[in-house]
Write a protein that binds this ligand. Structure first.
Ligand SMILES: Nc1nc2c(ncn2[C@@H]2O[C@H](COP(=O)(O)OP(=O)(O)OP(=O)(O)O)[C@@H](O)[C@H]2O)c(=O)[nH]1
Ligand SMILES: [Mg+2]
Length: 332
């Protein structure tokens, strides 16, 4: 197969400095590389892809964990407690975010970075707010690439946080190895989760704030376990566990991590861990092809020239949608 010519030419000094800095685990270059990756400028994108290509052989050596849950469930508190727990055990922890609202609000997780104060000040941690601007698809795509950059910088745990609304969970589940859903210990919450279908993409369920009412948490745990028993399992080798924790009191966070480790060991033994990553990579390629085709279509001069007129013709019934689509697609 013919390799793209750009691959063969050496990087310019600035980009080589980014590659070297990331591999040497320097935070400054790590942050700069992610900024380059997040840029929507065409020349930046081209540079970013070439930098990523150099980093790619050094990626893949982390466990990628997705964390989701409704606003206020305690995601930030949980991630801070978990992050500090893992760093104390010799891990290096990167926290990224996919926030569908950030394109509007300018990044609510930015406020979180100050809230996760202890973790963000720890040299074993790297916290990056959600990229702003663009569609959820665009934001998710950039987070996926940021994740690779973090892996190349030696982070062996990458946590991707998303708020539990809309489609962002599906996007995050599609880029992580294991997806955990945080719930509150009150009745009805579990039913809500089932209704939303989100429990079907969760690999681990976490009842947070169990310190408030340990009895309610135990009850919620048994409800959830029986509810899970009625769902179809995503894998015959994995029964979704339910862990009750307190992020605030730092209780049973170790139990949660044991489940993550058990997931990795079990799914690696069955081959599903690697298979999931392969499927995710191919699905990502198709996503990029879809978005690439769309933008090429919209930018095509003849399409731009005729789109409005044909749209009006379709509105007025003077041409059929199929004929209009056929004609426009023919220009590509
Ligand atoms: N009692 C108790 N409170 C907790 C626990 N975890 C979080 N909280 C509190 O719940 C509130 C919300 O916690 P956050 O960590 O900010 O929740 P979040 O899910 O990140 O919220 P958003 O960023 O708005 O989506 C804070 O006041 C926390 O102190 C817990 O385990 N027990
Ligand atoms: Mg938060």
């Amino acid at each position: 197969m013919k390799r793209a010519e750009a691959d063969l030419t050496p990087l310019d000094a600035a980009d080589q400095d980014l590659v070297d800095g990331v591999l040497a685990r320097r935070t400054r270059q790590l942050a700069k590389t992610i900024t380059l990756v997040e840029s929507s400028r065409v020349d930046h994108q081209r540079r970013a892809q070439r930098v990523l290509e150099r980093l790619l052989p050094h990626t893949g050596n982390s466990i990628r964990v997705g964390i989701s849950g409704v606003p206020g469930v305690g995601k930030s508190t949980f991630i801070e407690t978990l992050g500090l727990h893992l760093i104390a055990r010799g891990h290096r922890v990167a926290v990224l975010a996919v926030d569908p609202s950030s394109s509007v609000s300018g990044g609510s997780i930015l406020g979180d970075k100050t809230r996760m104060e202890r973790l963000s000040q720890n040299p074993g941690a790297f916290i990056r707010p959600s990229p702003t601007g663009g569609s959820l698809g665009g934001v998710a795509e950039k987070t996926r690439e940021a994740m690779l950059v973090c892996e190349a910088a030696g982070f062996d745990v990458v946590i991707v946080e998303t708020v539990g609304v809309g489609q962002s969970e599906t996007a995050v589940a599609g880029m992580v190895d294991v997806f955990a859903l945080l719930l509150l210990p009150n009745a009805g919450d579990e039913l809500q989760a089932i209704k939303k279908g989100i429990m079907e993409i969760a690999d681990v369920l976490v009842i947070n704030k169990s310190d408030i009412d340990p009895h309610a948490a135990a009850l919620a745990r048994s409800h959830l376990r029986s509810a899970l028993g009625m769902l179809r399992r995503a894998s015959p080798n994995w029964q979704v566990p339910v862990v009750a924790v307190s992020s605030l009191k730092e209780e049973r966070i170790a139990d949660f991590w044991r489940e993550i480790e058990r997931y990795r060991v079990t799914m690696s033994a069955s081959g599903e861990f690697a298979a999931k990553r392969r499927q995710q990579a191919v699905a990502w390629m198709w996503t990029l092809i879809d978005t690439g085709l769309r933008s090429r279509f919209r930018e095509h001069p003849r399409v731009r020239g005729e789109l409005d007129e044909l749209r009006r013709a379709v509105e007025h019934g003077t041409t059929t949608p199929a004929a209009a689509a056929h004609r426009l697609l023919g220009y590509l």
